[in-house]
Design a protein around this ligand. Structure first.
Ligand SMILES: Nc1ncnc2c1ncn2[C@@H]1O[C@H](COP(=O)(O)OP(=O)(O)OP(=O)(O)O)[C@@H](O)[C@H]1O
Length: 485
């Protein structure tokens, strides 16, 4: 929220690439966008020269030069005051707040502290469970799975973040995860928004444990593919995501498949929460697709609450969604018998809208980065030539919205050129449903199709034969360039 009169310094035109100094007082935000058209491939660079500052919860190191690539839209925030040295081309403004109470960050911090309390309670429960377990064991008592003699105790908070398009959902998910990690927690983070492609390519749903620092320079601020294992060095410790392939942009294009994949992801998340005590204490942060008060969207959100045993729902900037969800969830309980708490927060006025071109740039950049790396680490993908007869490719049904349609064997043709395919952890002889719902082990791109010689040129991020894995050709995102130039 901005205070009339205090508000913000109006946006400035792209600055000429000279070095500037930005001074921030506590709780002020430096909001910036690196233009897609920036002449410099490197984008803008920023150095924190005094004080402390962070990007979406991850702290910047003092005197380190950070490079933000083209199309980055984000903010740096300080709690203590900071001086930044900025060079390169970017459109920026400073959001000034007279008191911390005026800052849109304060509710986020308060939420984080409330979650920490719940995590503390979950840890105490865990200790109790362990204690009971020992007692049960030593007295030869009936030793139930959780050792608490009366059903399982809940894990730490499972927080779902929802709201309309461009309401700051992903930013909040990332910030909550980073703040938890900073105090030693290891939360699970899941994204079921196919447009997000967290730690994977667009068109997927995924989850990962975030126990280590995120990459500040990543265009997706730590949610991008640069945070996953690759053949090159990594700026930060990598995360190991569980990924499922949807192959479409919007949930409503195939609600049935999306629900199946979300069911798989939910089971993986619950198994992880069950198996790992540290993760169990920290709980889950769940990022969701943009929603409206339309019935279908509310059903999707309600479905997620069940699949992930969500006990806290944060609604950003939409009293309408908040009211409707409140009505739907007020009488519901989680499997642990908890009520579901709804929290309505205002959306920050800093959230940047992203038009079609900006999103397309983001999707394309993620694919390019997966195969070729970024300015900091160049990856060298491998090309291999394979016979049509040595690969098994399935394609998502052409007809969206037909929820009876399933994967079918694809006739390999030039139409596949430049598409990115998901490689599934399944066998080609598995039923199509099993292949569709298998975990993704990686992605390849079709560099060339020679129909006369019946050979495909395939680009993959690692060397070695593809092996006997089925691949799935989705319907989105459509290829934009020949990755090999
Ligand atoms: N306070 C802020 N100042 C500047 N940029 C911001 C701020 N908050 C968020 N952003 C940027 O705004 C963009 C949109 O934010 P975000 O991705 O969190 O929204 P979203 O609700 O998840 O979007 P979608 O509806 O597409 O899923 C991102 O580029 C993000 O970095």
């Amino acid at each position: 929220m901005s205070i009339p009169g205090l508000g913000q310094i109006p946006p400035q035109q792209p600055a000429t690439p000279t070095t500037r100094t930005i001074t921030l007082r506590p709780f002020w935000e430096w909001r910036f966008e690196v233009p897609r058209s920036s002449a410099s491939q490197a984008g803008a660079t920023v150095r924190l020269t005094s004080g402390t500052a962070e990007r979406d919860g991850t702290e910047l190191a003092l005197n380190h030069t950070y490079t933000f690539p083209r199309n980055t839209k984000s903010k740096l925030l300080t709690y203590t005051g900071a001086t930044l040295e900025v060079s390169g081309e970017c459109v920026d403004r400073v959001a000034q707040y007279n008191t911390p109470e005026d800052s849109p960050q304060l509710p986020v911090l308060n939420l984080h502290f409330a979650l920490q309390e719940l995590r503390g309670a979950a840890a105490a429960n865990n200790n109790n469970n362990n204690h009971n377990h020992i007692i049960n064991h030593s007295t030869g008592g009936n030793n139930d799975k959780h050792g608490d003699g009366g059903g399982s105790k809940p894990p730490g908070p499972r927080v779902m973040i929802c709201g309309e398009k461009d309401s700051g959902k992903t930013t909040m998910a990332r910030t909550l995860a980073a703040l938890a990690t900073r105090v030693g927690g290891q939360p699970l983070v899941a994204s079921v928004d196919p447009r997000e492609g967290m730690l994977a390519l667009p068109g997927t749903v995924s989850a990962a444990v975030f126990g280590t620092i995120m990459d500040v320079e990543d265009p997706a601020a730590g949610f991008g593919v640069s945070g996953t294992p690759s053949s090159g060095p990594s700026a930060v410790p990598v995360k190991l995501p569980m990924v499922y392939y949807f192959g479409r942009e919007r949930v409503d294009e195939d609600v049935r498949l999306w629900k199946q994949l979300v069911g798989k992801l939910g089971s993986s998340v619950k198994a992880k929460l069950e198996a790992d005590e540290v993760v169990r204490e920290a709980g889950l942060v769940l990022d969701t697709p943009a929603a409206s008060v339309a019935k279908g969207d509310l059903e999707v959100l309600e479905h997620l609450v069940k699949e992930f045993d969500v006990n806290i729902v944060v609604v950003l900037g939409s009293p309408g969604i908040h009211g409707e969800l409140q009505r739907r969830l007020e009488s519901q309980k989680t499997v642990y018998g908890e009520s579901i708490t709804l929290i309505s927060l205002e959306k920050s006025d800093g959230v940047a809208g992203r038009d079609k071109d900006s999103m397309k740039f983001t999707f394309d950049a993620a694919i390019k980065e997966y195969f070729f790396g970024d300015a900091k680490r160049t990856l060298s993908p491998f090309t291999q030539s394979v016979s049509f007869d040595d690969v098994t490719i399935f394609k998502s049904p052409d007809d969206p919205y037909n929820d009876q349609a399933i994967l079918e064997r694809a006739d390999i043709s030039a139409e596949m050129s430049h598409w990115t395919l998901a490689v599934m952890n399944a066998s080609p002889s598995d039923p199509p449903e099993a292949i569709q719902q298998a975990a993704v082990i990686g992605f390849v791109a079709i560099a060339d199709v020679d129909e006369d010689r019946r050979r495909l040129k395939i680009l993959s991020p690692v060397s070695g034969r593809l092996g006997n894995r089925p691949m799935v050709w989705g319907r989105w995102p459509e290829p934009y360039i020949n990755l090999l130039g």
